[in-house]
Ligand binder design. Structure first.
Ligand SMILES: Nc1ncnc2c1ncn2[C@@H]1O[C@H](COP(=O)(O)OP(=O)(O)OP(=O)(O)O)[C@@H](O)[C@H]1O
Length: 261
């Protein structure tokens, strides 16, 4: 069973009105369990729309969207995924711990279970000592780690992320990329990750899905085969070759680049 499966998906906003927009057309995409896939493409090509369709925050106009082998709406009710956006979106009046507990509350988990799970997640993202702090007392990078802990709190098999590190400085961003990879590897979580950064997509992904300008389509899929993914990997020939392949696919949509070695 795949983590995500989209077949023949089209999304039209404001259908039949003068401001009708075809945001996505003919999207076929299958993501395997444990796979890390990034979506990259020019502004307005439909990356966020695609993520929101997978999350069942908006319905597809046509085609099918399945998560964990279920229709997207059922997967949402079953909390099959966690979601994290560019803004951490924490509740300022709740402590860090109570922010992480929120999805567990929605699921009706007991207080003891919520406490234990929140402690586990905060340890995973390196914030065990900050459980009683409020979001305003944390840096942007720390707030984003809380958002990731919250997204993972119900142990979802799938993580959906929309430019989660977009607002952070480069150093923090690279550190969080490494932390995210370690967490996904440890937990076996599949991830769909929207980004504007080619190096970020290459560093994180098993596959980079390159989208064409509106109406968004999948222009190319670039497999990324880095032997290791640590700081040194960012200086490796394989890393630069993969960046070149993604850049070429973005410049020349329609031409499928050669797979990286
Ligand atoms: N709720 C909506 N109503 C009408 N049009 C929308 C809506 N949401 C998105 N669109 C349109 O759909 C297209 C795709 O938008 P989307 O936000 O998915 O692009 P994106 O690739 O994520 O862009 P960016 O990289 O700038 O964040 C755009 O033309 C946008 O204006």
């Amino acid at each position: 069973m795949s983590a995500v499966s989209l077949a023949g998906v089209t999304k039209v906003f404001n259908a039949g009105r003068p401001d009708e927009v075809t945001a996505l057309t003919d999207i076929d995409l299958t993501i395997a369990q444990g796979e890390f896939v990034s979506l990259i493409g020019p502004s307005g090509c439909g990356k966020s729309t695609l993520l929101r369709l997978i999350a069942d925050l908006i319905p597809a106009t046509s085609g099918t969207v399945e998560v964990a082998g279920k229709p997207a709406a059922k997967a949402r009710l079953d909390q099959e995924y966690g979601i994290a956006f560019q803004q951490a979106g924490l509740f300022e009046w709740r402590t860090v711990q109570r922010n992480v507990e929120l999805p567990l509350e929605l699921r009706g988990a007991s207080r003891a279970e919520r406490r234990a799970r929140a402690a586990e997640m905060l340890a995973l993202v390196g914030l065990a000592d900050f459980a009683r702090h409020y979001p305003a007392q944390l840096s942007g990078g720390m707030q984003q780690r809380v958002a990731i802990a919250r997204a993972l709190a119900v142990h979802p098999p799938l993580l959906l992320m929309d430019e989660p590190f977009g607002a952070l400085d480069e150093m923090t961003r690279e550190r969080l990329q490494a932390e995210l990879l370690a967490i996904c590897t440890k937990t076996g979580t599949s991830t769909v990750f929207v980004t504007h950064s080619i190096p970020e997509a290459v560093f994180l992904s098993d596959r980079v899905v390159v989208m064409s300008p509106r109406p968004g389509r999948i222009a190319a899929t670039v497999p990324i085969d880095l032997p290791v993914r640590d700081d040194a990997a960012r200086q490796s020939p394989a890393f630069f070759e993969a960046i070149t392949a993604v850049r070429r696919a973005l410049r020349e949509p329609g031409e499928i680049p050669a797979a990286t070695p």
